[in-house]
Each structure stands twice: as structure tokens, then as C-alpha cells.
Design a protein. Structure first.
Length: 538
């Protein structure tokens, strides 16, 4: 039994473990569907129920559950093995792979921390402005890094600021407000770019496979960036002015409450020292990649049609392994100091741990594997040891979602579900979008946003076609809506990370998050219905 399995082996985990395959058997073999429902459609429905049961209960890690399509769909003749496995190597997977590697280089050099601290320093000590600074920084980082990594970076900084408040009641109120601001911003910021969060990539891939529409980085930003920016502003304004238990007025939270915040930020910046050469190189690659992504759809897509966003991401990722690191020739004083401490620690405990940036230290000579150090190895800005720590499970999760969505399409289940929803045809198209967005946000409270996107987007595409609506409008609305879901601690990884700090209870999270979800339903509906036609010229 693995540690992951044991961690979830409670009543819910046991129930989910059994109910998943049981639901599959019932739906695939025994449930009295109408005669026109094919065996393949029964299998896809059953597999969906199985995967949702395991995703909700986390009976197994969600990434393991995402591998089920490789077994179930070929076994029961829905799709062949090659077709199913190909979804796990979709070009969108490589877009995220490249993005994750670039993000890992940013994290390794500490560039993200330097950026965050500099922005926080600008906003002063007014509590509302401090929260605004965290919203801006977290939202921006989340547009390029994973939502989880962004939350993990910002939560310790937020905790340090909260600790500066002496008054216990003020500290508790501000702690709830600031931690929720980090959680909300880490999710809402991901809307802005195609690599910001996996549902955006699922949308792009399904748009290509279902509609034969190529979603470029710049096209997505026409929709994602404004919705993200407005959502971040609304979240901030709601938290500091209206939120239950988070409102920061002059009486409950005087502007002098966190007077030490600026000195703390200045101290942390001083500890970082000057911007290193490695940071500059990574920043250059990051900016060049972002410019290439944005400009491709606007300027040179037709001139070089064979290049797409995934190729740009992989090329940038590879370049990080080619650029020599400063540590290989001219280490900073801080790096040398860290290395010296590490070498001293190694000599004291008797273990031989070769620092990654050193190939000629005394510990190398005593390595138990001499061949490994028999020749000098050039050190690059990013090494594979660091790159290998990217969230591989997310790539599997995206692939599983794409495989499930493909099965919906191949079996015709998406069309059948859309046909059964034909009664919506008499409604105004805005109301239809509103209903789909509400269903998406609700589902995202219980299963991952990637799974929500993979399940709902194909149905939305077929529903739109059956109602003579533009499919991409409804599909984009679903993709954007998956970034909401702020009621449950398990609704998003940032929610869970913030909840784990102890600054907020589940009850408070629900009270604060429900109104924002309701606001999000209206906001996403209105903005996507206005922006999607601009992005895709329809």
C-alpha cells in the first residue's frame, strides 16, 4: 500500500474505491437506457462515472485515475490503444511541458521571489493596498507558473506579513483576508494565458480536434486576460470591502497595523543581493518566449505556419540547458558561501553529497561512483535534476482528460447528451451560457478543474451546434469558468494550500467563497460572450 493510498484510506476513500468500478458495471451493462444508446456510449458513461467517483473521493491519486482510459476504452472497443495513447502526447501536453520547464528555471534562480518582493515594496503599508499587491503579484505569477507553485511561493510571504500585526483580532481578520486573496488570485490569474492553467490547454486541444480551430496564445489572451484582470479586481474589492470576516475598514484594520511590512520586504530583498547573471538569462528566455507566443498569432503565424506555441515552448526549454550558468565559472559570493556550508556539513556527517553546481569539489574525489565524475561537465542555467521536478502528474491528468473527451466524441455521447438538452433551445443564448457556466463552477468544487473542462467542453460544443450557437463561445466559457470554485478547501489546490495554514476555517472559506462564485457566474457569462467573438472573429 502506497503512502498516497494510505492517506486517503478513510470512509470516503473506501466508498469511492468500490463505487467507481461498481458504477461502471451498472451503467455499462445493466442500467435501462433507451435502445438507441449504444454499448460504446454506455462504456464511456460508465468510465466517466468511475473516474469522477475516484476523483471526488481521491481513493487513488487523481493522476493515477487519469490513466484509466488507456485500459478501459481499447478493452471495450470505444477507441483503439494507439488513438487513446496519442491523447497523452497531444501537442498541448508539450506546450505545458515546455512551460513547466521554463517555470522551474524561474523558480530555481529565485527570479519569481525577486519580482514578488519588488512589487510588494511599492505598495506601502495600508492594509487594503497590501492585499492589492498580493493580488497583483499572485495573479501575474499564476499566469505563467502553475497555480499550485504560485500559491506555495506567496503563502510564506503572506504569513510573514500577517505575523507583523500585534493585535490578535486584527491579525486574525487580516490573515483570513490575505490568505483568501492569495488563494483566489492563484486560480484567477491562471485564466490569463494559455499555459496559466490546464483547462485552457484542454480547450485549445478540443477546439482543434472538434472544430478544427487553432487557438493561438494571443487569441486566448483576448478572452483570458481581461476576464482574469476584472476577476482579480472584483475579488480584491469584494474581500476588502464586503467579504464575510475579511472586510478591512479603518475601524477594524487601521493603516498603521502593519507598519513593519516595508522593512521586512526591504530586508528580504537585501538578502537576495543583486540580480545574478543566471536570473538575467532566465528572464531573457522567459520574455523572449512570451513575446513569441503573443506575436505569433498577431504578426507571423502565416509567414511560418509550421511553428506553433508548443514548438516555441520546447525550444525555449531546451535553450535553458544550453546557456552556461554563472556558477560554472564565476560564482557569486552568496553561492560560494552556500556551497562552503554544504561542503562543511557533508564533511561533518561523513556523507558524500556533491553540490549540483560543483564538479571539482573535494567531495567529488571521494564519490562512490568515480566514473560519474571522471570528466568535467558544463553546468547550465537549468539542470535535469531540477527540471525533473516539474509536475509530471498534471501532464497525465491533461492527457486523461483529453482521452475522455475524445471518447465522448468518438462514441457520439456528446451529441446524444446535447440532444437530450434540446429543451434549452427556447432560452436566450445568454441564459444558456449562464447555466453551463454555473454547472461548470459547481462541478469544479468537487473534481479538478481539468476534469471539469474535459467532461463539459465536448458536451458544450455539441449543445451549441444543436442550438445553432457558436460552439467556441460556449467552450471558452466553460474553460474560463473552471478557474472559479472557492467554496470548498478541495475546490482548487490553492484553496487547499491556504486552508492548511490554519488562518482560515472551512466554514469561513465557504461563507467568503460562495458569493464570489455567484459573482463569477455572471462575470464569466457576460465577458466571454462579449470577448470570444472578438478573439475568433465570429
Amino acid at each position: 500500500m502506497t503512502a498516497n493510498f494510505a492517506a486517503k484510506e478513510g470512509m470516503l476513500g473506501k466508498l469511492g474505491l468500490v463505487s467507481g468500478p461498481l458504477l461502471f458495471i451498472i451503467l455499462a451493462a445493466f442500467f435501462p437506457f433507451p435502445d438507441e444508446v449504444t454499448f460504446e456510449q454506455r462504456v464511456v458513461l460508465g468510465a466517466t462515472a468511475w473516474m469522477v467517483a475516484w476523483w471526488i473521493s481521491e481513493a487513488l491519486p487523481i493522476y493515477v485515475t487519469a490513466l484509466l482510459p488507456i485500459v478501459l476504452f481499447p478493452l471495450f472497443g470505444v477507441t483503439d490503444l494507439g488513438d487513446t495513447a496519442a491523447r497523452y502526447a497531444d501537442r498541448i501536453i508539450f506546450l505545458f511541458l515546455g512551460g513547466f520547464i521554463i517555470a522551474k528555471a524561474v523558480e530555481k534562480t529565485g527570479l519569481h521571489t525577486r519580482f514578488a518582493l519588488n512589487i510588494l515594496r511599492i505598495f506601502g503599508t495600508n492594509p487594503k493596498y497590501v492585499v492589492a499587491a498580493f493580488v497583483i503579484v499572485t495573479g501575474f505569477l499564476s499566469a505563467w507558473l502553475s497555480n499550485t507553485a504560485t500559491a506555495m511561493l506567496m503563502v510564506p510571504i503572506a504569513a510573514a506579513v500577517i505575523a507583523l500585526i500585534d493585535d490578535e483580532k486584527q491579525r486574525a481578520r487580516f490573515g483570513v483576508c490575505l490568505m483568501l486573496a492569495v488563494a483566489y488570485s492563484a486560480s484567477l490569474g491562471g485564466m490569463a494565458t494559455l499555459v496559466g492553467t490546464p483547462p485552457n490547454a484542454v480547450f485549445a486541444s478540443l477546439s482543434k480536434s472538434i472544430l478544427d480551430t487553432d487557438v493561438t496564445f494571443s487569441q486566448w489572451m483576448v478572452v483570458g486576460m481581461p476576464v482574469s484582470a476584472v476577476s482579480l479586481f472584483v475579488a480584491w474589492a469584494y474581500l476588502v470591502n464586503l467579504g464575510a470576516g475579511t472586510k478591512l475598514d479603518a475601524k477594524s484594520m487601521p493603516s498603521s497595523s502593519i507598519a513593519g511590512e516595508k522593512s521586512l520586504i526591504t530586508k528580504k530583498l537585501a538578502e537576495l543581493g543583486k540580480m545574478s547573471r543566471d536570473e538575467k538569462m532566465v528572464a531573457a528566455v522567459f520574455l523572449a518566449t512570451a513575446i513569441a507566443w503573443v506575436s505569433r498569432g498577431l504578426l507571423w503565424k502565416d509567414l511560418v505556419p509550421m511553428v506553433d506555441d508548443s514548438m516555441i515552448a520546447i525550444a525555449a526549454a531546451v535553450s535553458l540547458f544550453l546557456i552556461p550558468a554563472a556558477a560554472s565559472s564565476n560564482c557569486s559570493a552568496a553561492s560560494q558561501g552556500d556551497r562552503k556550508k554544504k561542503e562543511e556539513a557533508n564533511s561533518n556527517d561523513g556523507n558524500m553529497h556533491l553540490p549540483p553546481s560543483s564538479t571539482s569539489s573535494p567531495s567529488a574525489a571521494a564519490s562512490p561512483n568515480p566514473k560519474k565524475h571522471s570528466r568535467a561537465i558544463a553546468v547550465a542555467v537549468l539542470d535535469w535534476e531540477s527540471a525533473a521536478k516539474i509536475p509530471w502528474g498534471v501532464l497525465i491528468l491533461i492527457g486523461g482528460g483529453l482521452a475522455l473527451a475524445h471518447a465522448f466524441s468518438e462514441s457520439g455521447l456528446d451529441v446524444r447528451i446535447a440532444t437530450s438538452l434540446g429543451s434549452l433551445g427556447g432560452m436566450n443564448y445568454i441564459v444558456i451560457i449562464l447555466v453551463i457556466v454555473a454547472v461548470t463552477i459547481f462541478s469544479s468544487e468537487f473534481i479538478s478543474n481539468t476534469a471539469s473542462a474535459a467532461l463539459i467542453i465536448p458536451v458544450a460544443a455539441s449543445l451549441a451546434s444543436s442550438l445553432s450557437m457558436d460552439p467556441i463561445l460556449l467552450m471558452a466559457s466553460v474553460a474560463v469558468a473552471t478557474s472559479y470554485g472557492f467554496v470548498m478547501p478541495v475546490g482548487t489546490p490553492p484553496n487547499a494550500i491556504v486552508f492548511a495554514t490554519g488562518h482560515i476555517t472551512a466554514k469561513r472559506m465557504a461563507r467568503a467563497g460562495l458569493p464570489l462564485d455567484v459573482i463569477g457566474i455572471v462575470l464569466v457569462t457576460v465577458m466571454t460572450s462579449l470577448l470570444a467573438p472578438l478573439a475568433w472573429g465570429k
